[in-house]
Design a binder for this molecule. Structure first.
Ligand SMILES: Nc1ncnc2c1ncn2[C@@H]1O[C@H](COP(=O)(O)OP(=O)(O)O)[C@@H](O)[C@H]1O
Ligand SMILES: Cc1ncc(COP(=O)(O)O)c(N)n1
Length: 282
């Protein structure tokens, strides 16, 4: 049977982030994708023009509908909007005993618009994070959740330990915002060992939806039964290629190219080389 994944997140009309990024990623990775929409955003590559939360009952019913008929192998949470919705989602995860849970604690869009109300961090920490198989904060989100300033890798490791104390099973603190270096290093901490996922930094402004797509790639792999460490490694390859071959559309931060990894595989190219180098080497 095909693996089934559910994303509980906000809709991005611009198609690069949120529910739309998650569904595209699920499809690319061979997983049947389902959605429970928390809020609708009017959004494009330039920013967020409007945020419209759906009523709580609508969110509750979407989750119940798919859980009780189709079934869920892995679930991902993205933009949850406020503490009421965070609590509902946590209650549903507990109710259905879902144990492959990726929590991307979305707070602020790249352009600075708030996607989570200010007083929701406590609900995130107390209700949702303890249910996470893996949480995937970026550096500003990790700072807001742990209350630490994170400038160095040592500070990032301390923050990762704080996450484990909050009850998450493991955490990836992403390095996309650490713009000072030639590489992007994501720190994965499983409670015992620190793993560094390092890829060259791509010099591009097209990073709309990188976090959503990375977290949904982990979710897709978990749905298929891939062990967590390997799921994270594969997700990093997926997002690296999607950024490297990102799409220059719109006037601002363009979206990633969700089909990049598939095209690499179809053309039998080597991950890590540029497209041109790989084609030339064939
Ligand atoms: N310019 C870039 N080049 C290569 N990888 C990147 C770049 N920007 C982000 N990434 C990667 O994309 C993923 C999402 O990271 P990040 O941008 O920090 O998350 P978010 O979208 O939540 O802010 C991470 O794996 C990160 O390392
Ligand atoms: C509906 C929605 N959800 C999440 C994000 C964050 O996107 P990113 O992956 O770039 O951090 C977004 N811009 N819009």
């Amino acid at each position: 049977m095909i693996a089934r994944a559910l994303t509980i997140a906000g809709s991005d009309s611009g198609g690069g982030a949120g529910i739309q990024a998650d569904l595209k990623t699920f499809q690319e990775l061979g997983v049947f994708g389902m959605t429970a929409i928390t809020a609708i955003t009017a959004q494009n590559t330039l920013g967020v023009q409007g945020v419209y939360p759906l009523e709580i009952k609508a969110l509750e019913q979407q989750i119940t509908s798919v859980a009780e008929d189709i079934g869920i192998d892995a679930v991902k949470t993205g933009m949850l909007f406020d503490e009421e919705r965070i609590r509902l989602v946590a209650e549903k995860i507990r109710h259905y005993n879902w144990d492959r849970v990726v929590v991307d604690p979305v707070m602020i869009a790249k352009g600075g618009a708030s996607l989570l109300t200010d007083n929701s961090v406590d609900a995130l920490i107390n209700d949702l994070l303890p249910l996470a198989t893996v949480a995937t904060p970026n550096i500003p989100e990790a700072e807001a959740i742990t209350g630490r300033s994170i400038k160095t890798m040592d500070e990032r490791k301390k923050a990762a330990e704080d996450f484990l104390k909050m009850g998450v099973h493991s955490v990836v603190i992403k390095g996309g915002h650490d713009s000072g270096s030639d590489s992007t290093v994501d720190l994965y901490f499983d409670g015992k060992t620190y793993h560094y996922l390092e890829f060259p930094r791509v010099d591009t402004k097209n990073t709309h939806g990188t976090g959503c797509s990375f977290a949904s790639a982990i979710t897709a792999e978990l749905a298929k039964g891939t062990p967590l460490a390997e799921a994270i490694q594969r997700a990093k390859e997926f997002i690296h290629l999607a950024i490297k071959y990102s799409l220059n559309i719109g006037g601002g931060h363009g979206p990633t190219h969700h089909g990049a990894l598939r095209q690499y595989k179809e053309d039998n190219l080597e991950v890590g080389k540029t497209w041109q180098e790989s084609v030339a080497a064939k």
